[in-house]
Design a protein around this ligand. Structure first.
Ligand SMILES: *Cc1c(COP(=O)(O)O)cnc(C)c1O
Length: 392
């Protein structure tokens, strides 16, 4: 198919039909593939053709459909799907590095990403410099001629700092480093990461791509050369393959992702506007509000504020817990990007292990509540937040 708008690609790209001509994508729940002859088996092991498979750890038709569809949406040449978002981050970070390399990363990271960078990499002789990713001077100072990679979350979790992909990529490319972005909060719907300068884009498909809390998944996107020559050898031999069942579920997720994410984002903006200035809140953090410190960068990069906001409830833990426990429509959980609206207190859940000075540096206060806005009616969500805040 010729290049189409991402919404059309989300419904059709990558589709492979079997001899039965099924309308919906088939789930090829098979780990292996058979060969008509010994010669054919040999030929496939020598060189794998475009639509040929050997073993599901290397590739599977349903997984391949998912990879081609998400690559068409993101606008990259190729993609490799993984068992989870962390398998994707691990692959994207590890595949291109060796002992002695240097990497610069923004400090505001998802806990497991921080573990890979701060704990695992140094054990294997990779030097990691963690900086404030919103500070371009800090990037300039940390990047060196021997820096191999720059890594950051384009919108950070949970404090929603937005990093300027174009500016950081320019600085990283000037020293010959390549740029890997964890793009979960930006979502594939609003992402323009490659056009902004990123070389490799990573998603946890568990979030907006599934969007209905069913399966884990991840994906790494980039040039064909990078995906097939650097990433695939690492991932196919280390075993982080996506299951065909999950790929099928995620293909169906992609079909509705654009509609879901845009509706959730519209609601998130309305909620942020209603809450901003509320006397019971210290702060409302939403990149779609002009009051957000990186609002302009967010609008240039994504054109929207996304599906997640955060509020800092006055009165710390007691007050925020009173509000959380009074919510009726919002669910306390740690997923995000889901059809169900979800709230979580990061200081005591996802980020509880961080030392206090890091929590302070990242703005993770005791009253902070991360709000992932779902698909319920906006009026019900606003009413629920209002009645819960009244319980403080
Ligand atoms: C959830 C998440 C991950 C990890 O994804 P899993 O699918 O849970 O492995 C990585 N980065 C960010 C920013 C996330 O939100």
């Amino acid at each position: 198919m010729t290049k189409k708008h991402p919404r059309t690609a989300a419904v059709h790209a990558g589709t492979r039909r079997s001899q039965y001509g099924e309308l919906s994508e088939a789930m090829f729940l098979t780990q292996g593939f058979v060969y008509p002859t010994a010669e054919a088996a040999e030929a496939r092991f020598v060189s794998l053709g475009e639509d040929e498979f050997i073993y599901a750890r290397y590739g599977n038709p349903t997984v391949r459909m998912f990879e081609e569809r998400i690559a068409a949406i993101e606008g990259t040449e190729d993609a490799f799907a993984t068992a989870s978002g962390m398998a994707a981050v691990n692959g994207a970070v590890m595949a291109g590095l060796k002992a002695g390399d240097h990497i610069v990363a923004a400090r505001a990271l998802f806990g497991s990403c921080l573990y890979i960078l701060d704990d695992i990499l140094p054990r294997f002789g990779v030097e990691v410099t963690l900086i404030d990713g919103t500070d371009l001077n800090a990037w300039e100072e940390a990047l060196r001629p021997d820096t191999k990679m720059a890594f950051f979350e384009t919108v950070s979790n949970p404090a929603l700092e937005v990093i300027d992909i174009a500016a950081v990529s320019k600085l990283a490319h000037a020293v010959g480093a390549y740029v890997v972005v964890d793009n979960v909060f930006s979502t594939p719907v609003f992402s323009d990461a490659v056009a902004q300068g990123a070389d490799v884009v990573v998603y946890s498909a568990t979030k907006h791509i599934d969007g209905q809390g069913r399966v884990l998944g991840g994906v790494v996107l980039g040039s064909r050369d990078y995906i097939r020559k650097t990433l695939e050898p690492y991932l196919k031999h280390t075993g982080g393959a996506m299951s065909p069942f999950n790929a099928w579920t995620l293909l169906k997720g992609l079909e509705t992702m654009d509609l879901r994410v845009r509706a959730q984002t519209q609601s998130a903006l309305e909620i942020a506007k209603v809450l901003e200035g509320d006397a019971r809140l210290e702060r409302v953090i939403y990149p779609g509000l002009p009051s957000h410190p990186q609002h302009d960068i967010c609008m240039k990069q994504l054109g929207a504020g996304g599906t997640v906001l955060a509020i800092d409830v006055r009165g710390g833990k007691d007050a925020s817990y009173a509000m959380l426990n009074a919510l009726e429509v919002f669910t306390i959980s740690n997923n995000l990007g889901d059809a169900k609206s979800i709230v979580t207190p990061p200081a005591f859940t996802t980020h509880q292990r961080l030392p206090q000075e890091q929590k302070d540096a990242l703005g993770i206060t005791e009253g902070l509540v991360r709000i992932s806005v779902g698909l319920e009616h906006t009026a019900d969500l606003i009413a629920d937040l209002e009645q819960a805040l009244a319980q403080i």
